[in-house]
Design a protein around this ligand. Structure first.
Ligand code: NAI
Ligand SMILES: CCCCCC(=O)/C=C/C=C\C/C=C\C/C=C\CCCC(=O)O
Length: 143
């Protein structure tokens, strides 16, 4: 945000943080990973409503993909990943089967939508194979 800000020579812009569906929906396989992603989601939403962001015309949004076919995902599906707490790989694989797996192209298209649609700010973009891309907010009451 410092370098995007007008007072430091920037022109504003759009920050897209990468969290995960695991930061929204609880799952039994990755509690610590899920907690870090929940933190990223909340930090993004707080900075999106900050005076500093508004003043400098900076938008912040956060992407929450479900499974995406990347090296990390393949490692996890093969039963060898630090993101999961281990245990029953059959249950992990059944979970993956149920949720579905996005391609990296699916996620790139979602990213381009956030970057190009200047009305998007402070939003959570859930991306999942079965439900597609869904924007939402968790706001209970405006402050
Ligand atoms: N693959 C999935 O199913 C999902 C992934 N995500 C998130 O998407 C993001 C990317 O994940 P993947 O592509 O799956 O992981 P990945 O492990 O396949 O790729 C991560 C890439 O980041 C690079 N990297 C790591 N530390 C770095 C650093 N300090 N500076 C620069 N580059 C660095 C690695 O070299 C690697 O190329 C992560 O934040 C992950 O938590 C979110 C939801 C689902
Ligand atoms: C489980 C290890 C996480 C590793 C990588 C990652 O971030 C993948 C997340 C995938 C799913 C997130 C977990 C729970 C989501 C639960 C339900 C999603 C429902 C999707 C839908 O169809 O709406």
């Amino acid at each position: 945000m410092y370098y995007l800000s007008v007072e430091h020579g920037g022109r504003g812009g759009c920050i897209v943080n990468v969290a995960s569906m695991a930061g929204l929906n609880p799952n039994p396989f990755s509690p610590v990973y899920g907690c870090t992603k929940a933190g990223i989601i909340h930090a993004t939403r707080c900075y999106a409503v900050s005076e500093a962001a508004k003043k400098s015309n900076i938008r912040l949004n956060v992407m929450c993909p479900a499974f995406v076919d990347t090296p990390m995902f393949r490692q996890m599906a093969a039963g060898d990943a630090s993101q999961t707490i281990g245990g029953d790989q059959t249950a992990v694989n059944a979970f993956i089967e149920r949720i579905g797996v996005l391609s990296t192209e699916d996620v790139s298209a979602a990213l381009i939508d956030i970057l190009t649609d200047e009305t998007r700010n402070g939003l959570i973009l859930r991306c999942a194979k079965k439900t597609g891309n869904v924007y939402s907010t968790l706001t209970v009451q405006d402050v």
